[in-house]
Design a protein around this ligand. Structure first.
Ligand SMILES: NC(=O)c1ccc[n+]([C@@H]2O[C@H](COP(=O)([O-])OP(=O)(O)OC[C@H]3O[C@@H](n4cnc5c(N)ncnc54)[C@H](OP(=O)(O)O)[C@@H]3O)[C@@H](O)[C@H]2O)c1
Length: 307
């Protein structure tokens, strides 16, 4: 039976993938987590090469999806060594263990490997990351593809999807400020209107990953570099306007037209998804429907006591 290991199943993307794979019959799925290990998950510190080797030897998966990472640009900027341990060295450990076992590896990367000056980006466009996060993810891509050719790097842009707290996604993290701005007498919320983003729904990405796993199970694994992206360009200011509409509130938003982040960020890293589209792989939920579903599910679960 085809066996899949999901490393980092407790995160924003990992949980969506876990849900998608639960609907798949005829596969065995083993999931790992680090600090939030549920009863169905195996505890694994992916920075520990021996632990990774022992996990892969014991579970003997046919495919490994790596969704564990340090994905917060500001955290990577302040502690690049810690970012590299997770985004580069850990990927190398998985790649070595997978190669020894003959397992296919799908590792998640980011649009931040590009500098955002010449979109759209094909998978083989020249990377030029502007910050420590992008540099570590690019090194992680190379660590994987140098170690094994039975592997795929899947680059993704800004993600949003079902959350356990607003801060989990850089899309939903805007909600508290948007809400506060609508209260009488409060200051308006300042939102970036400089960088163009392509918010991408994690259940859609999970669907794409399942399709890729199906190719692998059929003996036709996709290899090298691939990209998947939502196709609605918007700045955070525009995202905030749409969130306000979904919340049904009259938010007071101010557009910040110059970059104001402490960590340098690219302006427009639109990822070309043509390689996967040509394979007939893909799914895109319209942003307004996706964000509505995320907000409704979160409020139904947590109500007024929102973490
Ligand atoms: N979020 C985005 O907007 C975005 C955009 C583009 C690309 N990506 C990429 O997409 C992938 C998934 O991101 P995400 O947003 O789902 O991240 P996330 O929500 O921050 O989840 C990170 C995952 O990594 C696990 N992890 C952390 N330290 C670990 C360790 N030492 N050993 C093993 N596992 C560890 C976490 O486990 P615990 O929670 O159990 O500690 C969690 O499952 C990453 O490769 C990221 O770079 C994300």
């Amino acid at each position: 039976m085809f066996k899949v290991a999901v490393v980092g199943a407790s995160g924003l993307l990992g949980r969506a993938l876990e849900r998608e794979l639960a609907a798949q019959t005829g596969w065995q799925v083993v999931q790992t987590a680090f600090s939030r290990v549920s009863a169905q998950q195996v505890a694994l510190d992916v920075r520990d090469a021996r632990a990774v080797e022992a996990f892969v030897a014991r579970e003997a998966p046919d495919a490994i999806v790596v969704a564990a990472a340090e994905r917060r640009p500001d955290v990577c900027e302040h502690d690049p060594a810690a970012a590299r341990a997770l985004n580069v060295d850990a990927v190398r450990h998985v790649a070595a263990a997978a190669r020894a076992r003959g397992a296919w590896v799908l590792s998640i990367s980011t649009d931040y490997v590009f500098d955002g000056s010449a979109p759209p980006y094909l998978p083989d466009a020249r990377p030029n990351p502007l910050n420590a996060y992008g540099r570590s993810k690019l090194e992680g891509e190379r660590a994987l593809l140098d170690a094994t050719d039975h592997a795929l790097v899947l680059r993704l842009p800004l993600l949003y999807g079902p959350i356990v707290n607003w801060q989990e996604s850089a899309v939903t993290s805007l909600v508290p400020a948007i809400r506060a701005s609508a209260k009488a007498g409060s200051a308006p919320a300042v939102m970036d209107a400089w960088a163009t983003r392509y918010p991408t729904f994690t259940p859609d990405v999970a669907f794409v990953i399942r399709e890729l796993l199906t190719r692998c199970a059929d003996g036709d694994a996709v290899r090298g570099l691939a990209q998947w992206s939502g196709d609605e360009p918007m700045t955070k200011y525009e995202i905030a306007q749409r969130i306000a509409r979904a919340l049904g509130i009259d938010a007071r938003l101010v557009a910040q037209t110059e970059p104001a982040d402490a960590t340098p960020r690219p302006r427009d890293c639109h990822l070309d998804s043509g390689r996967l589209e040509a394979l007939g792989i893909g799914k895109r939920t319209p942003f307004d429907a996706g964000i509505r579903a995320v907000i409704d599910a979160f409020e139904a679960e947590y109500g007024g006591a929102q973490p």
